[in-house]
Write a new protein. Structure first.
Length: 350
């Protein structure tokens, strides 16, 4: 596997100082750089896929990794980072789910000159070497354009929000609401905070489906709510094919194998494929680059993404995350891929 970056102009480029890797970036693990990777949770198909990809790409890059699992708990993440520091890792990859509370841990790692790559989420404050994620505001916009088009701008939809202490939950929620207000003002949105919890999502969706019989759409900000949503629609006799007036259009986020199968079967209608494989690949690529002393600039990359400057000293590589539908059509001017498209990582697992 090769990694390249476009050179010159506005492209993401390596600085001159990056041309030579320091020998101090190695340690006693067979000459390989040892980095710590904290898995944020292992209770969803998406994160289990990320966990599966990580050692594969570490091996291809020649990295040795130490791993931990913070189980969606920022206190555990802080403790895991302390353990990594004690073990002498040269860099840390993490995916903090509480993007505000991680700041003190980032400061401790910075004080020890241990670079950090944040994958999937971006810390609200503090500095990391690189953020690897997709444009999460685009997730909400894509879901809005799909549902608004399918509902012809009428009726109501339920948005099963993520955790609003996470920038991902805020980005998806804010963008979905803004898009609906601007493009489909005739649609009522019932926003439900779920803290990325499946049981909470199912309970709140049940309440909304009972109280609002005109609900014709559901936006799940992650596949964590997939099973519960389908069970509820089945129980209420709403699990009808897309051509049936009783059909409730469902859009998810993640692109896991089960979602792609459900789209093909007509059980749900769309998802946004969050690239679990590329998150693992480029999180490790950038932490290796950090250990080697390389630097990057804003601009397009050679892997269909763009590095942006979020704020002074903070760069984010925004990876591609396509809308996925049954027909591969365009919705509100947004192109989509068919659920059977072989470029989707979810069609190579499960």
């Amino acid at each position: 596997m090769r990694f390249r970056l476009l050179a010159a102009g506005t492209a993401a480029v390596l600085s001159v100082s990056a041309l030579t890797a320091c020998s101090s970036s190695k340690n006693s693990s067979g000459g390989k750089a040892v980095v710590g990777v904290d898995y944020p949770r292992s209770d969803t198909d998406f994160w289990n896929s990320y966990i599966q990809y990580t050692p594969q790409f570490a091996s291809q890059l020649g990295l040795s990794i130490k791993t931990s699992n913070s189980q969606n708990d920022v206190a555990k993440l802080a403790a895991n980072a302390q353990a990594f520091m004690a073990e002498g890792v040269k860099g840390v990859v993490m995916a903090p789910q509480d993007t505000a509370a991680i700041a003190p841990t980032l400061s401790q790692l910075a004080a020890k000159k241990i670079p950090v790559v944040s994958v999937d989420t971006r810390p609200d404050t503090g500095s990391v070497y690189m953020v690897v994620r997709a444009d999460n505001r685009a997730y909400g916009t894509k879901a809005c354009q799909f549902l608004g088009t399918k509902l012809s701008g009428k009726g109501s939809v339920v948005m099963l929000e993520g955790d609003l202490s996470s920038i991902n939950g805020r980005d998806r929620t804010d963008a979905f609401n803004a898009c609906m207000k601007q493009s489909f003002p005739g649609i009522t949105v019932y926003g439900e905070a779920t803290n990325w919890d499946a049981a909470t999502a199912a309970q709140k969706l049940q309440t909304d489906l009972t109280a609002h019989p005109d609900v014709k759409g559901v936006y799940m900000e992650s596949s964590f709510a997939l099973s519960g949503t389908l069970q509820l629609l089945q129980q209420k006799g709403l699990m009808a094919p897309p051509s049936d007036p009783k059909h409730v259009f469902v859009v998810s986020n993640d692109g896991i194998p089960e979602e792609l199968k459900d789209i093909a079967a007509g059980k749900i209608d769309a998802t946004v494929s969050q690239p679990a494989d590329l998150y693992a690949k480029y999180a490790l690529f950038y932490i290796q680059a950090a250990v080697q002393g390389k630097t990057f600039k804003p601009g397009p990359t050679d892997h269909d993404s763009t590095i942006i400057q979020v704020r002074a000293g903070l760069l984010e590589d925004q990876l591609s995350a396509p809308l996925v539908t049954a027909d591969g059509g365009a919705y509100g001017g947004i192109a989509s891929l068919k659920s059977t498209d072989t470029s989707l990582w979810g069609n190579h697992l499960g």
